[in-house]
Design a protein around this ligand. Structure first.
Ligand code: SF4
Ligand code: SF4
Length: 342
Protein backbone atom coordinates (compact mmCIF):
# COMPACT_ATOMS: atom_id res chain seq x y z
CA UNK A 1 0.00 0.00 0.00
CA UNK A 2 1.05 3.64 -0.50
CA UNK A 3 3.07 5.55 2.07
CA UNK A 4 3.10 9.31 2.58
CA UNK A 5 4.74 11.87 4.79
CA UNK A 6 2.87 14.57 6.69
CA UNK A 7 4.43 17.32 8.79
CA UNK A 8 3.33 17.89 12.40
CA UNK A 9 1.72 21.16 11.46
CA UNK A 10 -0.21 19.59 8.60
CA UNK A 11 -1.28 16.71 10.84
CA UNK A 12 -2.76 19.22 13.26
CA UNK A 13 -4.66 20.92 10.44
CA UNK A 14 -5.73 17.58 8.98
CA UNK A 15 -7.36 16.45 12.26
CA UNK A 16 -8.82 19.90 12.79
CA UNK A 17 -10.40 19.88 9.31
CA UNK A 18 -11.72 16.37 9.86
CA UNK A 19 -13.35 17.28 13.15
CA UNK A 20 -15.38 19.98 11.39
CA UNK A 21 -17.28 17.43 9.37
CA UNK A 22 -17.21 14.13 11.31
CA UNK A 23 -16.94 13.03 14.93
CA UNK A 24 -13.30 12.41 15.80
CA UNK A 25 -12.10 10.38 18.79
CA UNK A 26 -8.61 11.35 19.78
CA UNK A 27 -6.33 10.25 22.66
CA UNK A 28 -6.05 12.70 25.52
CA UNK A 29 -3.13 12.58 27.97
CA UNK A 30 -4.07 12.00 31.60
CA UNK A 31 -0.97 11.51 33.73
CA UNK A 32 0.82 8.49 32.32
CA UNK A 33 -2.32 7.30 30.56
CA UNK A 34 -4.25 8.24 27.46
CA UNK A 35 -8.00 8.39 27.27
CA UNK A 36 -10.00 8.12 24.11
CA UNK A 37 -12.09 11.27 24.00
CA UNK A 38 -14.27 13.05 21.44
CA UNK A 39 -12.24 15.89 19.89
CA UNK A 40 -13.86 19.30 20.12
CA UNK A 41 -15.47 20.24 16.87
CA UNK A 42 -13.05 22.16 14.66
CA UNK A 43 -10.53 22.60 17.48
CA UNK A 44 -6.90 21.49 17.17
CA UNK A 45 -6.25 18.24 19.05
CA UNK A 46 -4.56 18.81 22.43
CA UNK A 47 -2.13 15.95 21.81
CA UNK A 48 -0.24 14.94 18.71
CA UNK A 49 0.77 11.45 19.64
CA UNK A 50 0.03 8.77 22.25
CA UNK A 51 3.03 6.53 22.91
CA UNK A 52 0.97 3.48 23.77
CA UNK A 53 -2.62 2.27 23.90
CA UNK A 54 -5.48 4.16 25.48
CA UNK A 55 -7.17 3.07 28.72
CA UNK A 56 -10.43 2.31 26.90
CA UNK A 57 -10.44 -0.61 24.50
CA UNK A 58 -11.33 0.14 20.88
CA UNK A 59 -14.24 -2.32 21.13
CA UNK A 60 -16.26 0.25 23.10
CA UNK A 61 -16.91 2.19 19.88
CA UNK A 62 -18.28 -0.84 18.03
CA UNK A 63 -19.85 -3.01 20.72
CA UNK A 64 -21.25 -0.49 23.19
CA UNK A 65 -21.28 -1.46 26.87
CA UNK A 66 -25.06 -0.91 26.94
CA UNK A 67 -27.45 -0.36 24.08
CA UNK A 68 -31.08 -0.95 23.19
CA UNK A 69 -31.46 -3.61 20.52
CA UNK A 70 -35.21 -3.75 20.06
CA UNK A 71 -38.67 -3.05 21.36
CA UNK A 72 -42.06 -4.69 21.25
CA UNK A 73 -45.69 -4.28 22.37
CA UNK A 74 -45.85 -0.68 21.16
CA UNK A 75 -42.23 0.29 21.84
CA UNK A 76 -40.74 3.01 19.69
CA UNK A 77 -37.93 1.00 18.17
CA UNK A 78 -34.20 1.39 18.53
CA UNK A 79 -32.79 4.58 17.04
CA UNK A 80 -29.68 4.53 14.87
CA UNK A 81 -26.84 6.31 16.57
CA UNK A 82 -24.47 8.85 15.09
CA UNK A 83 -22.95 9.52 11.69
CA UNK A 84 -19.47 9.01 10.31
CA UNK A 85 -16.66 8.92 12.87
CA UNK A 86 -12.89 8.70 12.85
CA UNK A 87 -10.89 7.18 15.68
CA UNK A 88 -7.25 8.19 15.94
CA UNK A 89 -4.26 6.68 17.75
CA UNK A 90 -5.37 3.07 18.14
CA UNK A 91 -2.55 0.57 18.55
CA UNK A 92 -1.80 -2.87 17.10
CA UNK A 93 -3.15 -4.77 20.14
CA UNK A 94 -6.60 -3.19 19.76
CA UNK A 95 -6.68 -3.81 16.02
CA UNK A 96 -5.79 -7.47 16.46
CA UNK A 97 -8.61 -7.86 18.95
CA UNK A 98 -11.07 -6.56 16.34
CA UNK A 99 -10.56 -9.82 14.42
CA UNK A 100 -12.22 -11.63 17.35
CA UNK A 101 -15.11 -9.16 17.43
CA UNK A 102 -15.53 -9.40 13.66
CA UNK A 103 -15.77 -13.18 13.93
CA UNK A 104 -18.48 -12.90 16.59
CA UNK A 105 -20.54 -9.97 15.33
CA UNK A 106 -19.88 -9.87 11.59
CA UNK A 107 -19.68 -13.60 10.91
CA UNK A 108 -22.36 -16.24 10.45
CA UNK A 109 -25.07 -14.29 12.28
CA UNK A 110 -24.23 -10.62 11.67
CA UNK A 111 -25.18 -8.07 14.29
CA UNK A 112 -26.66 -5.02 12.52
CA UNK A 113 -25.56 -2.57 15.22
CA UNK A 114 -21.97 -3.74 15.11
CA UNK A 115 -21.93 -3.74 11.31
CA UNK A 116 -23.28 -0.21 11.21
CA UNK A 117 -20.61 0.95 13.66
CA UNK A 118 -17.93 -0.78 11.60
CA UNK A 119 -19.15 0.87 8.39
CA UNK A 120 -19.34 4.36 9.83
CA UNK A 121 -15.92 4.31 11.51
CA UNK A 122 -12.59 5.04 9.93
CA UNK A 123 -9.57 3.88 11.92
CA UNK A 124 -6.33 5.88 11.97
CA UNK A 125 -3.92 3.83 14.03
CA UNK A 126 -0.36 4.56 15.09
CA UNK A 127 2.84 2.78 16.12
CA UNK A 128 3.78 2.45 19.77
CA UNK A 129 6.90 4.45 20.57
CA UNK A 130 6.89 3.35 24.20
CA UNK A 131 5.15 0.79 26.37
CA UNK A 132 3.68 0.32 29.82
CA UNK A 133 5.25 -2.24 32.08
CA UNK A 134 2.11 -4.39 31.66
CA UNK A 135 2.31 -4.48 27.83
CA UNK A 136 3.25 -7.88 26.39
CA UNK A 137 2.09 -8.01 22.74
CA UNK A 138 5.46 -9.44 21.70
CA UNK A 139 4.81 -12.53 23.84
CA UNK A 140 1.60 -13.47 22.04
CA UNK A 141 2.80 -13.05 18.48
CA UNK A 142 2.10 -9.32 18.16
CA UNK A 143 4.25 -6.32 17.37
CA UNK A 144 4.21 -2.84 18.89
CA UNK A 145 3.01 -1.41 15.58
CA UNK A 146 -0.20 -2.20 13.68
CA UNK A 147 0.14 -4.76 10.90
CA UNK A 148 -3.42 -4.77 9.59
CA UNK A 149 -6.93 -3.61 10.40
CA UNK A 150 -6.34 0.13 9.89
CA UNK A 151 -7.52 2.53 7.20
CA UNK A 152 -4.46 4.71 7.81
CA UNK A 153 -1.52 4.16 10.14
CA UNK A 154 1.03 6.74 11.16
CA UNK A 155 4.53 6.47 12.57
CA UNK A 156 6.02 9.59 14.15
CA UNK A 157 9.46 10.75 12.99
CA UNK A 158 11.26 13.86 14.25
CA UNK A 159 9.64 16.24 11.72
CA UNK A 160 6.28 14.60 11.12
CA UNK A 161 4.84 11.18 10.40
CA UNK A 162 5.01 8.44 7.79
CA UNK A 163 1.42 7.53 6.93
CA UNK A 164 0.61 4.14 5.46
CA UNK A 165 -2.65 3.57 3.63
CA UNK A 166 -4.44 0.32 4.56
CA UNK A 167 -7.74 0.46 2.68
CA UNK A 168 -9.48 2.29 -0.19
CA UNK A 169 -11.39 4.24 2.49
CA UNK A 170 -8.07 5.47 3.86
CA UNK A 171 -6.83 6.30 0.38
CA UNK A 172 -9.95 8.37 -0.29
CA UNK A 173 -9.22 10.38 2.85
CA UNK A 174 -5.63 11.05 1.78
CA UNK A 175 -6.90 12.10 -1.68
CA UNK A 176 -9.38 14.46 -0.06
CA UNK A 177 -6.64 16.18 1.93
CA UNK A 178 -3.86 15.66 -0.61
CA UNK A 179 -2.26 19.06 0.00
CA UNK A 180 -1.09 17.83 3.41
CA UNK A 181 0.51 14.61 2.18
CA UNK A 182 3.69 14.00 0.14
CA UNK A 183 5.00 10.59 -0.98
CA UNK A 184 7.31 9.17 1.71
CA UNK A 185 11.00 9.05 0.78
CA UNK A 186 13.20 5.96 1.07
CA UNK A 187 15.05 7.64 3.93
CA UNK A 188 11.81 8.21 5.86
CA UNK A 189 10.80 4.57 5.35
CA UNK A 190 14.18 3.46 6.67
CA UNK A 191 13.76 5.74 9.70
CA UNK A 192 10.38 4.13 10.29
CA UNK A 193 11.84 0.61 10.12
CA UNK A 194 14.58 1.56 12.58
CA UNK A 195 12.10 3.13 14.99
CA UNK A 196 9.91 0.01 14.88
CA UNK A 197 12.82 -2.33 15.48
CA UNK A 198 14.03 -0.23 18.39
CA UNK A 199 10.68 -0.34 20.24
CA UNK A 200 10.16 -4.06 19.53
CA UNK A 201 13.65 -4.84 20.87
CA UNK A 202 13.08 -2.80 24.05
CA UNK A 203 9.72 -4.47 24.68
CA UNK A 204 11.13 -7.94 24.03
CA UNK A 205 13.94 -7.24 26.48
CA UNK A 206 11.42 -5.96 29.03
CA UNK A 207 9.43 -9.22 28.77
CA UNK A 208 12.30 -11.65 28.41
CA UNK A 209 11.41 -13.56 31.60
CA UNK A 210 8.23 -14.76 29.91
CA UNK A 211 9.62 -15.90 26.56
CA UNK A 212 7.87 -19.29 26.66
CA UNK A 213 4.58 -17.68 25.64
CA UNK A 214 5.59 -17.43 21.99
CA UNK A 215 3.59 -19.09 19.24
CA UNK A 216 1.40 -22.11 19.95
CA UNK A 217 3.12 -23.01 23.22
CA UNK A 218 0.39 -21.38 25.26
CA UNK A 219 -2.38 -23.42 23.67
CA UNK A 220 -0.56 -26.66 24.30
CA UNK A 221 0.15 -25.52 27.85
CA UNK A 222 -3.51 -24.75 28.54
CA UNK A 223 -4.57 -28.20 27.43
CA UNK A 224 -2.03 -29.76 29.79
CA UNK A 225 -2.75 -27.83 33.00
CA UNK A 226 -6.52 -28.20 33.41
CA UNK A 227 -6.19 -29.84 36.86
CA UNK A 228 -3.36 -27.64 38.14
CA UNK A 229 -3.78 -26.26 41.71
CA UNK A 230 -2.48 -22.92 40.36
CA UNK A 231 -6.01 -22.00 39.26
CA UNK A 232 -7.38 -22.25 42.79
CA UNK A 233 -4.40 -20.47 44.30
CA UNK A 234 -4.62 -17.55 41.87
CA UNK A 235 -8.42 -17.34 42.20
CA UNK A 236 -8.07 -16.71 45.94
CA UNK A 237 -7.18 -13.12 45.07
CA UNK A 238 -10.04 -12.65 42.61
CA UNK A 239 -12.96 -10.57 43.88
CA UNK A 240 -15.16 -11.29 40.86
CA UNK A 241 -15.32 -7.64 39.79
CA UNK A 242 -15.29 -8.46 36.06
CA UNK A 243 -12.82 -5.66 35.28
CA UNK A 244 -10.53 -8.04 33.38
CA UNK A 245 -13.39 -8.83 31.00
CA UNK A 246 -14.61 -5.28 30.58
CA UNK A 247 -11.25 -3.72 29.75
CA UNK A 248 -10.25 -6.52 27.40
CA UNK A 249 -10.40 -5.44 23.73
CA UNK A 250 -11.41 -8.93 22.60
CA UNK A 251 -13.93 -9.98 25.30
CA UNK A 252 -17.36 -9.84 23.73
CA UNK A 253 -19.94 -11.59 25.95
CA UNK A 254 -23.24 -9.89 26.69
CA UNK A 255 -26.64 -10.47 28.24
CA UNK A 256 -30.08 -9.26 27.23
CA UNK A 257 -32.64 -7.80 29.62
CA UNK A 258 -36.16 -6.46 29.12
CA UNK A 259 -37.34 -3.14 30.54
CA UNK A 260 -40.57 -1.17 30.79
CA UNK A 261 -44.17 -2.00 31.56
CA UNK A 262 -45.96 -0.83 28.43
CA UNK A 263 -43.30 -0.03 25.87
CA UNK A 264 -40.92 -2.88 26.32
CA UNK A 265 -37.29 -2.37 25.44
CA UNK A 266 -34.69 -5.07 25.07
CA UNK A 267 -31.26 -3.94 26.20
CA UNK A 268 -27.88 -5.51 25.63
CA UNK A 269 -25.17 -5.13 28.31
CA UNK A 270 -21.62 -6.37 28.53
CA UNK A 271 -21.29 -9.50 30.64
CA UNK A 272 -18.29 -11.08 32.35
CA UNK A 273 -17.39 -14.77 32.49
CA UNK A 274 -15.86 -14.15 35.92
CA UNK A 275 -19.35 -13.58 37.40
CA UNK A 276 -20.97 -16.53 39.13
CA UNK A 277 -24.24 -16.11 37.25
CA UNK A 278 -22.60 -15.92 33.83
CA UNK A 279 -23.11 -19.55 32.78
CA UNK A 280 -26.04 -20.35 35.10
CA UNK A 281 -29.00 -21.86 33.25
CA UNK A 282 -32.74 -22.08 33.91
CA UNK A 283 -33.34 -24.31 36.94
CA UNK A 284 -30.20 -22.96 38.63
CA UNK A 285 -27.60 -25.44 37.35
CA UNK A 286 -24.17 -23.89 36.94
CA UNK A 287 -21.34 -25.57 35.04
CA UNK A 288 -18.76 -23.29 36.68
CA UNK A 289 -19.88 -22.63 40.26
CA UNK A 290 -16.33 -22.11 41.58
CA UNK A 291 -14.34 -18.95 40.99
CA UNK A 292 -11.20 -20.84 39.97
CA UNK A 293 -13.19 -22.59 37.23
CA UNK A 294 -14.27 -19.24 35.87
CA UNK A 295 -10.75 -17.85 36.03
CA UNK A 296 -9.55 -20.92 34.14
CA UNK A 297 -12.25 -20.64 31.53
CA UNK A 298 -11.15 -17.11 30.62
CA UNK A 299 -7.65 -18.36 29.86
CA UNK A 300 -8.98 -21.35 27.95
CA UNK A 301 -11.21 -19.16 25.85
CA UNK A 302 -8.35 -16.86 24.91
CA UNK A 303 -5.62 -19.41 24.34
CA UNK A 304 -7.51 -22.55 23.19
CA UNK A 305 -11.00 -21.74 21.97
CA UNK A 306 -10.19 -18.60 19.98
CA UNK A 307 -7.20 -20.10 18.10
CA UNK A 308 -9.12 -23.34 17.42
CA UNK A 309 -12.42 -21.79 16.31
CA UNK A 310 -11.50 -18.33 15.07
CA UNK A 311 -7.93 -18.90 13.96
CA UNK A 312 -6.68 -15.98 16.07
CA UNK A 313 -5.38 -15.57 19.58
CA UNK A 314 -7.97 -14.25 22.03
CA UNK A 315 -5.30 -12.27 23.87
CA UNK A 316 -3.32 -9.54 22.16
CA UNK A 317 -1.09 -8.67 25.11
CA UNK A 318 -2.45 -5.18 25.73
CA UNK A 319 -1.94 -5.72 29.47
CA UNK A 320 -5.18 -3.97 30.41
CA UNK A 321 -6.43 -6.92 32.51
CA UNK A 322 -3.14 -6.96 34.41
CA UNK A 323 -3.46 -3.27 35.14
CA UNK A 324 -7.17 -3.39 36.05
CA UNK A 325 -7.12 -6.39 38.39
CA UNK A 326 -7.53 -5.27 41.99
CA UNK A 327 -6.45 -8.76 43.10
CA UNK A 328 -3.16 -8.13 41.24
CA UNK A 329 -3.53 -11.26 39.14
CA UNK A 330 -1.04 -10.97 36.30
CA UNK A 331 -1.79 -13.14 33.27
CA UNK A 332 1.91 -13.46 32.49
CA UNK A 333 2.67 -14.67 36.02
CA UNK A 334 -0.22 -17.15 35.95
CA UNK A 335 1.02 -18.66 32.69
CA UNK A 336 4.56 -18.64 33.98
CA UNK A 337 3.51 -20.54 37.11
CA UNK A 338 1.50 -22.98 35.02
CA UNK A 339 4.43 -23.63 32.74
CA UNK A 340 6.64 -24.42 35.71
CA UNK A 341 9.11 -21.72 34.65
CA UNK A 342 10.97 -19.98 37.39
S1 SF4 B 1 -6.56 -10.89 28.07
FE1 SF4 B 1 -5.67 -9.09 29.07
S2 SF4 B 1 -3.74 -8.70 27.96
FE2 SF4 B 1 -4.95 -10.13 26.70
S3 SF4 B 1 -6.07 -8.77 25.27
FE3 SF4 B 1 -7.43 -9.12 27.04
S4 SF4 B 1 -7.02 -7.39 28.45
FE4 SF4 B 1 -5.35 -7.47 26.93
S1 SF4 C 1 -10.10 -8.15 37.38
FE1 SF4 C 1 -9.05 -9.58 38.79
S2 SF4 C 1 -10.36 -9.54 40.64
FE2 SF4 C 1 -11.61 -8.70 38.96
S3 SF4 C 1 -12.69 -10.51 38.12
FE3 SF4 C 1 -10.82 -10.25 36.90
S4 SF4 C 1 -9.34 -11.61 37.89
FE4 SF4 C 1 -11.01 -11.30 39.37
Amino acid sequence: MSTYFISENSWQKFIQSLSRTVSVYYPEAAGEDYHLAPALQGAPPPLLFNRYRTVQPLKSLFFEFRRGVGSYFGGSGEEERGGEQVVVGMKGCDLKAMAVLDFVFAGEVPDPFYLRNRERTLIISSDCTGFKKVCFCVLVGGKPHPEEGYDLNYTPLPEGSVVEVGTPKGMALVDRFKDYFAPATQEQLEQRAEARERVAALLTEHQKGYGYLWGGVTRELMERVFESPVWEEEAERCVECGACNFVCPSCHCFFLSDHGRENFRRVRNWDACQYKGFARVGGGANPRPELYQRLRTRYEKKFCFCPAVMGVNGCTGCGRCVEACIGKIDMREVLKRLSGCK
